[in-house]
Design a binder for this molecule. Structure first.
Ligand SMILES: NC(=O)c1ccc[n+]([C@@H]2O[C@H](COP(=O)([O-])OP(=O)(O)OC[C@H]3O[C@@H](n4cnc5c(N)ncnc54)[C@H](O)[C@@H]3O)[C@@H](O)[C@H]2O)c1
Length: 357
């Protein structure tokens, strides 16, 4: 077994333990996952597949895994292609979403990398607006038990210092024009759609606002910060920072985020629509993150002798409207489910680097 498969399998075992008996709600049910081939949602598919193996066939959860492969590599879930309880669909969710039998939905289909959504702004808007509408319509039609819509911490835009850490009541400081607007604003519309379906149709739906989730399986070419730094470490080249390195982020390891999202999906909290999901332990600058990836990289790959350097990006909009600080207030989720982020940033980076070796 490769390092990659081994680490993802270990992560899945941890997630199954943490979600515990709540997973029983999925026994003999079916789950639609859109964006299933992407970094975050492929973890849900792997988790359910691993959990299914512990069950009698009649109790297993059937997974409808839907993606149009617009921003992920087709190989991610190829190890599951012959599983009886998983059906794969090559579908653009913005066109239509039709499934006969579905009890739960995780809607994650969206271009998520800033460098890619700047090239495909209309496709990004379509997935988050029409795609979310299609998913919500299906959910009402099929009387689905609960839906989780993957929104983003980007709905907050660039919060002022008084709103850091940011809680769910903060209404955001977001621009409706500019290179990030196609993503930020379409996630906001997706949340509004969820709100309308929750209030008008009494649909059980929650929206999730992830704060910089990273981990194994993230596309090393999609220019998000952690995979970009890790790619340099793996290529034995200097880590390049295309800004002043002073903006901050709070990074969350994927197994923490996936556990939280599954717990929310299965608990169906009615009181609130939106939940921040992230890690509130540490808010660090881009430069500190790059230094940490380099330090861990040197420990894991002994021959690495590189450094962190500053450069100007060829992409003129690389930094336009990029938030100066991002850090989650997790009070709401912590008072709703029994959950805490438990994987340290350093440990998460180490696992991620090892998974690519
Ligand atoms: N990873 C994070 O830190 C983070 C942060 C905030 C929000 N999110 C949200 O979580 C979800 C998953 O993010 P990710 O990091 O796994 O991104 P990802 O790019 O790895 O995965 C997204 C998947 O959606 C698919 N997709 C895109 N448009 C589609 C369409 N029209 N129809 C069907 N499939 C489509 C892509 O091919 C890809 O496989 C996204 O909605 C993203 O906006 C992620």
């Amino acid at each position: 077994m490769s390092n990659y498969s081994k680490i993802i399998e270990e992560d899945c075992s941890h997630i199954i333990k943490r979600v515990g008996s709540s997973l029983d709600y999925l026994k003999n049910k079916s789950l639609l996952i859109t964006g299933a081939n992407g970094f975050l949602c492929s973890y849900f598919v792997d988790v359910i597949n691993q959990w299914n193996k512990s069950l009698e066939p009649s109790n297993r959860c059937f997974v409808h895994a839907m993606d149009n492969f617009s921003s992920s590599k087709k190989t991610r879930l190829k190890h599951l292609i012959n599983e009886n309880e998983i059906k794969f669909y090559n579908t653009d969710v913005s066109k239509s979403v039709n499934i006969n039998d579905v009890d739960y939905i995780i809607h994650g289909a969206s271009i998520a990398s800033p460098s890619i959504y700047r090239i495909y702004p209309l496709e990004t808007l379509d997935a988050n607006v029409s795609g979310t509408r299609n998913v919500l319509k299906l959910a009402v039609l099929k009387k689905v038990t609960n839906v989780v819509i993957m929104s983003s911490s980007e709905v907050y835009g660039d919060p002022d210092n008084n709103n850091i850490p940011t809680n769910e009541q903060f209404n955001g400081n977001v621009s409706c024009e500019g290179p990030r607007a196609c993503y930020d604003e379409s996630k906001r519309i997706a949340e509004t759609l969820a709100y309308v379906y929750k209030t008008k149709y009494k649909l059980a739906v929650n929206t999730i606002r992830p704060f910089n989730v990273f981990g194994p399986g993230q596309n090393l070419d999609d220019k998000r910060l952690v995979p970009d730094c890790i790619k340099s470490v793996l290529n034995n080249s200097d880590i390049e920072i295309f800004s002043d390195g002073k903006s901050t982020r709070s990074f969350c390891y994927v197994s923490d985020a996936v556990s939280a999202i599954l717990l929310l999906l299965l608990k169906q909290p009615e009181e609130f629509l939106a939940f921040n999901v992230g890690n509130d332990e540490i808010e660090i600058t881009m430069k500190e993150l790059a230094d940490l990836v380099l330090k861990v990289g040197k420990r894991v790959i002994k021959s690495n002798t590189n450094k962190v350097i500053f450069k100007k990006s060829f992409d003129v909009h690389y930094n336009t409207d990029s938030p100066k600080r991002r850090s989650p207030d997790l009070s709401r989720i912590k008072s709703t489910i029994t959950w805490n982020p438990i994987v340290s940033l350093e440990k998460g980076i180490e696992r991620t680097i090892k998974s690519y070796l």
